[in-house]
Every structure is written in C-alpha cells, then in structure tokens.
Design a protein around this ligand. Structure first.
Ligand code: GDP
Ligand code: MN
Length: 385
C-alpha cells in the first residue's frame, strides 16, 4: 500500500526523523492560511513549498512541487497544483511546508532486496529528483549495505554510510542517526520501501528530511489496522480499488494481453510466457482458487475497461477447482460483460474434457496447451485492428 508524503512524514516523524512542520490543504485558501502560519522568515508568511499529494514519484518534474515566496503565492501555486493530474492521478491535496535553503541533496532509502532476501540500505550523495538516473548512469554513486534483520542497522555501519554522504563529522553523525531511525521505521511499520529524497543539508549546515516515501507490505496490514486506515482509495487506480473489493489480486501493467489466471504462481508463469512469445501482459490477475462466476465477472469487467487490452487470455488449472465450474463461470460472465476483444481460453486439469465441451459449445476457442494458448493470445493482441 502506498502512503502519501504527508502520511509518511508523520509516521517517520514518530521515529524521530526531522521534518520541517507541514500541513495539508485541499483549497488555495487553506494553503494561504497554512503559509501565513508556518511560512519561513520569522513569525510566518515567508517562503513555503507547496507539494502535490499523489501516489506518484517525479512530482517535482511534473510541476507538482513549487516554492512560493509568500502566502499569496502559496495560494496561487496551490490552485495550479490542485488542478493537475500527475501520471494519471488527479491531485486532491497539497502539503504546505516552510521552505528551506538547500545546500546539497542526498538520498537515503531502505528496500527489500530479492537477491539477498534482506533489507538493503541505499545511500547516495547525488540525491534530489533523479535518483533513477543516478542508478542507471552512475551506479558507483549509490552505496548499498545489506542489513542482517537479526541485528538491525548497527551504529558503525550507519556511520560508515554517513561518510559516503558527508565529510563533516557532525553531519555524518546526524545522517547516521537518521539512517538508523529510517531502518527502525521500515522494520517497525512493515514497509517494503522507506525513502528520504532529498535528505537535504541546509545553508546553515543542518540536515533535514524534505520528502518521504513509504510503501507498506499489504501482508502487514491485517495486524496494523491503524496503518491500513490510512489508505486513500480516491488516490488509487480505480481498477485496483475494484479488484480489492472483489477479492482479486490485481496489478495493472503496460502491455496489451489481458491475463485472467487462477493462482499467483500460474499467473506469473503466464506473464513470463506472454513475454517469451513476444507479447506484453496488460496486468497480473489472480482470481484465486474459486471458480465463482462473480469473481470472473469482476475480473472481466476490470480487464475490458483497460483500453490498452487487445486480447484476453484465460489460463486455468483445475485442481480442487473443477474445470466445468470455471467454464460455466466464463460463459455466464461473458454473457454479462460484452467482449470487445478476442478471448483465448486455456483450461486443463480436473474435468477438462467437460470444460472444453462447454466452452466450445458457447463459441470460444478452448485449448489445453499453455504454449499454444499464449502464442495465440499474443498474435491476436498484435494483429492489426
Ligand atoms: P518529488 O519530485 O516527488 O521527489 O518531490 P520532492 O519533495 O523530493 O521535491 C522535489 C525537489 O524540490 C527537491 O529535490 C528539492 O530540490 C525541491 N524542494 C523541495 N523542498 C524544498 C525546499 O524546502 N526548499 C527548496 N529550495 N527546494 C525544495
Ligand atoms: Mn523526492
């Protein structure tokens, strides 16, 4: 689950990470009032930064982060930013924070690393808006440390990383302290990513966190209701909100082959095979072990709403799930949801012969071979309209 910056800085603030004070506005007038109160220059009214609160990186580049010299300018920037859509997400809230005079920007983040199956701390003296580019072009400027979760991030490790960012001992210590707190927050909040970019040095030599990103592992939410309550469905992709309500695991991707699969492992294998045969999956979708027609209907609605989908591929392995039940589910669902693109169905396992008979009778091409079905779906998705 993604959190907004204002939520992330609140949670990280509870772990002792220093952020400038800030408040959220939903209108230009509210932004003006906050700037009046919190703006720099002693006694408020001075410069502030107005920041779009959307689940998307690169807000700065998209015009979603603006420095305003006073409260009137803050209201103007807020009006403009609240009218923006950034990477498909309409901006509904802005964060208003006192502006800081930045001397330099670093990057500090913790992620779960697949290769080592451990948390990895990443730091770079080249922080700011383009850490992806630093990683791609000058990877030697990103320093990593694999953390042993039994011990956490130890003081001497954090200090060593601090020296990758700063020369002055007080700054090294301040950065090391922030790293240890960030790691503690990452671990304590059940995050899969915790990031501060920029970790800024002010012209006065202080070190402050100016941006925060937290992604919470969905599997942690059940035992952390107070974090689950921070979910903002209005800021999420509508398809993902619908999929969650229907009990489907769904992740939107960029390709044109809509995939509807039972079981997460098979869903991933299906996506691999789509890629292998030169196509691109439009989504990951696991309808789960049941053959409930309601789930199939919801899945089909979500997939057919995606205008990038040029062909739909069902890949069903009947185990305890009976193939004929699934086939009936597909027939019922497609009767309710009119299809605008071709559908390829591969179905095997329990009661496969009955299932293929039901589907063929309903006019679908039902296959039992996975390679054949995937190749056909890829070809249909790539055929000229
Ligand atoms: P992102 O683009 O979504 O990562 O948004 P950030 O919150 O990281 O802001 C982008 C950039 O805006 C930062 O890297 C800074 O260069 C700049 N910025 C953010 N806050 C301040 C501030 O208080 N003062 C100044 N001068 N620049 C800021
Ligand atoms: Mn940032």
């Amino acid at each position: 689950m993604n959190l907004h910056e204002y939520q992330a800085r609140h949670l990280l603030g509870e772990f002792g990470i220093p952020f400038p004070a800030g408040e959220v506005a939903t209108t230009p007038d509210e932004a003006r009032a906050i700037a009046q109160r919190l703006g720099g220059g002693g006694g408020g009214g001075g410069p502030v930064v107005v920041k779009a609160q959307v689940h998307s990186g690169g807000r700065g580049k998209a015009g979603g982060v603006k420095v305003a010299k006073d409260a009137a300018a803050a209201a103007e920037h807020a009006a403009r930013i609240l009218a923006l859509t950034i990477n498909g997400m309409p901006v509904r809230k802005v964060l208003v924070v006192p502006a800081v005079d930045i001397a330099s920007e670093s990057y500090v983040g913790v992620i779960v690393d697949r290769a080592s199956q451990r948390p990895v701390l990443m730091v770079s003296p080249a922080g700011g808006v383009d850490i992806e580019e630093v990683a791609a072009r000058t990877p030697e400027r990103i320093h990593r440390l694999t953390v042993d979760p039994r011990y956490g991030l130890l003081a001497h490790q954090a200090t060593t990383l601090g020296f990758q960012l700063y020369r002055e001992l007080a700054q090294v210590r301040a950065a090391a302290d922030i790293m240890q707190r960030l790691y503690a927050a990452f671990y304590g909040l059940g995050a899969s990513l915790a990031e501060i970019n920029p970790l800024a040095t002010t012209t006065g030599g202080e070190i402050v966190a100016l941006d925060a990103k937290l992604v919470i592992d969905d599997n942690e939410l059940e035992r952390r209701p107070e974090i689950a309550a921070l979910r903002d469905p209005a800021a999420e992709a509508p398809a993902e909100v619908r999929a969650r309500a229907a009990g489907l695991s769904f992740i939107k991707l960029e390709g044109s082959v809509g995939c509807c699969v039972n079981g997460a492992g098979l869903a991933m294998a299906t996506m691999d095979l789509v890629k292998f045969y030169g196509g691109a999956p439009a989504n990951f979708l696991d309808i789960g072990g049941s053959s409930s027609p309601q789930k199939v209907v919801a899945a089909l609605e979500i997939i057919t709403d995606d205008l990038a989908v040029r062909a739909i591929l069902f890949n069903i392995f009947g185990g305890i799930t009976r193939g004929d039940d699934v086939a009936n589910g597909i027939v019922q669902a497609t009767a309710q949801v009119p299809l605008k693109v071709p559908l390829v169905i591969r179905l095997t396992g329990t009661n496969e012969a009955e299932a293929v008979a039901i589907l063929t009778a309903a006019g679908f091409s039902a296959l039992t071979d996975m390679d054949e079905a995937v190749q056909r779906a890829v070809a249909l998705a790539q055929a000229p309209a």
